[in-house]
Design a binder for this molecule. Structure first.
Ligand SMILES: [Ca+2]
Ligand SMILES: [Ca+2]
Length: 521
């Protein structure tokens, strides 16, 4: 969740500047975009991390910030949206958030939903913590509010679990506590400074979800973005881990612990090191998590995160960055060895401001008879990988003999292979992509083009999907692999191609991949 990071609309001046820059760069780079053919070599004997989850946060557009009201216009569409999210988006874990202000005698969510208070009126109490009573061992049920949690479970979580099951996919749930400092009203209780009180709220949440829905989130993310909170630092996270795991164990629940989830990726190692100074806390962490905000995340930080995780036998996870792209995903997978990854939300509705970054899907005309629900252009290449790599897949070796192309490969639990090859941006695209992170300027389409052959794949039929990291699009074909003929894909700048081995006997629905580059334009 970012406050400072939202896109601003392009001023006409900046748009003109961008277009002029584009034209100049296109001229400057014309003719020098020739790239040599590349060969990717997959080595399935070289094994790295086991994959866990492709995650999204369980929210739609219920918070109508512009109109300062509750907006339930997505409810009639939720079945179609969630189906698209799972079938096309490849999402297999949802983050269910519980805000610290749930510990409060007043049910502000219900007031908000019924229109008694607006969004701002509700938001003011998001982190308004009032102790239920003075004993963390004895819960006063009137002192905690689960109406919003129940809404999310009933409208998003349970339907998503049902749809996933119908599609033969998995869907797991991560419970995540949030305690931002963005509101003036912070209440009279600090969960960070009172680990037993934190444990009481989380234990009450687990008990409630289990009693009411038979739902037991498999993961507990201790605190979302502690660097955006008043009191939560590494030491507090360490004490909270000890208190909550002990308390939940008494309840017969042992979720996998995710921490420290700092907003700024560069702060993750220091937060983790402070957490680890609390004896016994680090050993309880199953996923060492980070977000990617706060500027470029250097390679040595990603390596430092992986090293710390290795030491305690934990996985790593990059669990939020609204502006993330396939380059970030590759770096997280191959340098930090991330096992779980999240961009951010499920979907937003398109309004005059255009597409909302950070979402997997976009919806236009939600109240029409035929609303258009589709993958965001920048999510298509990510989803291509998510769909191809199942939980339990193992990342295997993949090297390229050319700097302009990179690959990441996996062996799925059923033995089917998956490899994704991407091509770097052209110079024009690089310049305009940087600009487009600040203003909404169109990024130019791909140019150039070259063949990449992929060696080391197991024999069989492969579905080949190619899209563009910046503008989306989509091309599908079928490749047949045998030892003598490695498959080839044709990549223009910023193209991303995923080859997914098909199940034995599965009919090939798409035409054979062409050997003529003109067919790949
Ligand atoms: Ca309490
Ligand atoms: Ca109590």
């Amino acid at each position: 969740m970012v406050v400072m990071n939202s896109r601003t609309k392009a001023s006409p001046h900046l748009t003109r500047y961008a277009l002029a820059l584009s034209a100049v760069l296109a001229l400057a780079t014309a003719g020098c975009s020739a790239r040599p053919q590349a060969t990717i070599t997959v080595d399935s004997g070289q094994r790295y991390q086991t994959m866990e989850a492709w995650e999204a946060t369980a929210k739609m557009w219920e918070f109508d910030k512009q109109a300062d009201r509750y907006n339930g216009s997505w409810l009639p569409l939720s079945e179609a949206i969630l189906t698209k999210m799972i079938a096309d988006g490849g999402i297999n874990r949802l983050r269910l958030e519980i805000r610290s202000g749930a510990e409060n005698p007043v049910d502000y969510w219900s007031q908000f939903r019924s229109g008694k208070i607006g969004y701002l009126g509700f938001k003011e109490h998001f982190y308004d913590k009032i102790n239920d009573n003075d004993d963390p061992e004895v819960l006063n049920p009137a002192g905690v509010q689960f109406s919003e949690l129940d809404f999310r479970v009933e409208k998003l979580i349970l339907p998503a679990m049902r749809i996933a099951k119908q599609l033969g996919k998995t869907m797991t749930i991560s419970l995540c506590y949030v305690d931002f400092r963005w509101t003036d009203t912070q209440g009279t209780l600090s969960h960070a400074k009172n680990p037993a009180e934190y444990a009481e709220l989380i234990a009450a949440t687990y008990a409630h979800l289990n009693e009411k829905y038979g739902l037991v989130p498999q993961e507990l993310e201790i605190i979302l973005e502690p660097d955006n909170s008043v009191d939560w630092r590494g030491e507090q996270i360490g004490h909270a881990i000890l208190a909550v795991t002990e308390r939940l164990e008494r309840q017969g629940v042992t979720p996998r612990i995710i921490a420290p989830s700092t907003s700024i990726g560069r702060k993750t190692p220091a937060y983790f090191d402070a957490l680890a100074k609390v004896p016994g806390a680090a050993e309880k962490v199953s996923v060492l998590s980070y977000h990617r905000y706060g500027g470029v995340l250097p390679e040595d930080v990603l390596k430092g995160i992986r090293k710390r995780a290795d030491k305690i036998g934990a996985e790593t996870g990059m669990l939020e960055y609204t502006h993330s792209d396939v380059d970030d995903l590759f770096a997280d997978l191959t340098i930090a060895n991330a096992s779980s990854w999240q961009k951010y939300g499920i979907t937003k509705v398109e309004d005059g401001g255009g597409l909302a970054p950070g979402n997997m899907l976009t919806v236009s005309d939600p109240e029409s008879a035929q609303p258009d629900i589709r993958l965001m252009p920048t999510s298509i290449s990510l989803a291509q990988i998510f769909r191809s790599v199942d939980p339990g897949a193992v990342r295997v070796g993949a090297t390229s003999n050319q700097g302009w192309s990179e690959a990441v490969a996996f062996t799925n639990p059923d033995g089917r292979m998956s490899v994704t090859v991407k091509s770097e941006l052209s110079m024009t695209q690089k310049a305009l992509q940087k600009l487009s992170k600040h203003v909404d300027t169109p990024v130019p389409g791909p140019d150039g083009g070259q063949w990449v052959q992929v060696k080391g794949l197991r024999d069989g039929k492969y579905l080949v999907e190619r899209s563009n990291a910046l503008i989306g699009g989509g091309l599908r074909c079928t490749a047949t692999v045998d030892a003598d003929t490695p498959p080839r894909v044709y990549l223009r700048s910023s193209d991303v191609a995923t080859l997914t081995q098909m199940k034995k006997g599965a009919p090939a629905k798409d035409a054979p991949c062409s050997s003529d580059s003109a067919d790949w334009q």
